[in-house]
Design a protein around this ligand. Structure first.
Ligand SMILES: *Cc1c(COP(=O)(O)O)cnc(C)c1O
Length: 451
């Protein structure tokens, strides 16, 4: 370990970083980016096959985004949005977001992150229900393997076992089934039957808890941090009528899927989700500024307006949210994605991405290869027939990711899966390089594991 890496360990406390790997290789101290590559302090280049954290879709030094940021910084860099103040660019962005949304009309509420947006959405639902005279309607349904953030409420919504370390979830946060057919389908069960079972179990959960106690359900169109899990066939069509029947709003957490990751503007478009609200963040600023947004459809807008008018205001706000800088960057990011070829590139290269990903299916330790759009995962198993995972002590996906790093490739270990989510600007040639390096890496790791 060099001086920078040592120092990187000394005074930085890392979140979501595997301490065993940190001890072994130290942190990667980065100095800058170049297209879809990031460059460390020693000049080593890494192709980032995860777009940073799903968000740097325009790469790491996009001149248009940098110019938009600098221009706004010269014009009006920072202001809050409390007390009825709002920056002109934020007004413009809101109009743009409602125009892009599946809603005829609606309003946008800004935060600094996806977690804060989900957290705020929960408060909105609670306030609406109190104002309606249904104060007991507070429970939130999410799903196992879901990721909705790290605040106390959103960690409670996240369906990952690690939140038990914090004594979470809080009471009233319920977890329905994860609709992952390959992993949770029963022997002899068809995918259609599996979907129907998922829907029945959801209805049973609602009935058991009491429909009058449920405030809303949050769902990612494709579960991202859960390991890239697209819904089973017909899943949203099966659960939508149940939620309507019990008057439970469906909130699409589009923090990963939103703005083109699946080749459409929203995951909700791909799966016909018909959400009541959308949670956005990550790609909204292409990773160049912290920003999250709650995009409310017509009904929830009206309900929240009514509740807020009754009390006099919506008593919630983040000091830096809806900032002019973030708004200017978001406006440019939407331009870049929609009008400067990024979403077109996702559409054009998706067949190739999925085809090269699919080739891993023949590997003796690839349990399932799955993906949609520019999202893909290879779930590694010890035994393909039983789908048994490797002993977690082996740390197989971490091994693959660490070896990939040595080979100049950043890919992400998520549970037993290795995840790819390349930037939208990736070229076909860069994509070939990405997959070639991953193939080589996996071959090296298994040669090592076997010996
Ligand atoms: C990343 C993510 C969040 C949390 O966003 P932060 O900006 O990290 O707080 C919420 N939901 C989904 C689906 C995410 O992927």
């Amino acid at each position: 370990m060099h001086a920078w890496e040592k120092q990187g360990m000394e005074n930085v406390f890392p979140g979501f970083s595997d301490f065993a790997s940190l001890d072994e290789v130290g942190p990667i101290v980065l100095s800058h980016g170049d297209g879809i590559y990031v460059v460390d302090i020693d000049g080593k280049r890494y192709l980032d096959a995860n777009s940073g954290l799903w968000n740097n879709v325009a790469g790491f030094n996009h001149q248009g985004l940098i110019d938009a940021l600098c221009a706004q910084a010269r014009r009006f860099p920072g202001y809050h949005s409390f007390f009825g103040r709002v920056a002109d660019v934020t007004v413009e962005l809101s109009k743009r977001l409602i125009g892009l949304s599946p809603f005829e009309d609606g309003k946008v509420y800004y935060t600094n992150s996806g977690s804060e947006a989900n957290d705020t959405m929960v408060k909105m639902l609670w306030m609406i229900n109190r104002a309606r005279g249904e104060p007991e309607r507070r429970k939130i349904i999410t799903r196992h393997n879901a990721y909705h953030g790290v605040t106390i409420a959103t960690a409670s919504m996240t369906g990952k076992p690690y939140n038990a370390e914090f004594g979470l979830p809080l009471p009233g946060f319920l977890h329905a089934d994860c609709p992952h057919f390959w992993r949770y389908g029963l022997p002899e069960e068809s995918e259609e039957d599996f979907t129907q079972r998922m829907a029945r179990n959801l209805e049973d959960l609602i009935e058991r808890e009491g429909p009058e106690t449920i405030a809303g359900m949050f769902a990612e169109p494709v579960q991202g941090a859960g390991g890239v899990i697209p819904p089973s066939k017909g899943y949203f069509q099966a659960i939508r009528p149940i939620l309507r029947k019990y008057d439970i709003p469906l909130i699409a957490d589009e923090v990963i899927c939103g703005f083109g990751r699946l080749g459409e503007m929203w995951g909700s478009d791909v799966y016909d989700i018909e959400p009541d609200a959308i949670i956005a963040s990550k790609c909204l600023t292409a990773g160049y500024y912290p920003m999250g947004a709650v995009i409310l459809g017509e009904q929830l807008t009206a309900a929240l307006m009514e509740a807020s008018e009754r009390f006099g205001e919506f008593p919630n706000g983040f000091t830096a949210a809806g900032s002019p800088l973030g708004s200017a960057v978001a406006l440019k990011a939407l331009d870049v994605i929609e009008n400067e070829g990024l979403i077109d590139n996702v559409r054009a290269l998706t067949p190739h991405f999925q085809e090269r990903l699919g080739r891993f299916a023949d590997h003796p330790h690839a349990g399932e290869v799955r993906g949609v759009g520019f999202m893909g995962a290879i779930e590694i198993v010890a035994d393909k027939n039983t789908k048994a995972a490797f002993d977690s002590k082996v740390g197989i996906s971490e091994k693959i990711a660490n070896t990939a790093l040595q080979n100049g490739l950043i890919c992400r270990p998520l549970g037993a899966s290795v995840v790819l989510a390349p930037p939208f600007i990736i070229t076909r040639q860069e994509m070939e390089g990405m997959f070639d390096t991953l193939e080589k890496t996996i071959a090296e790791v298994f040669a090592d594991v076997r010996s």
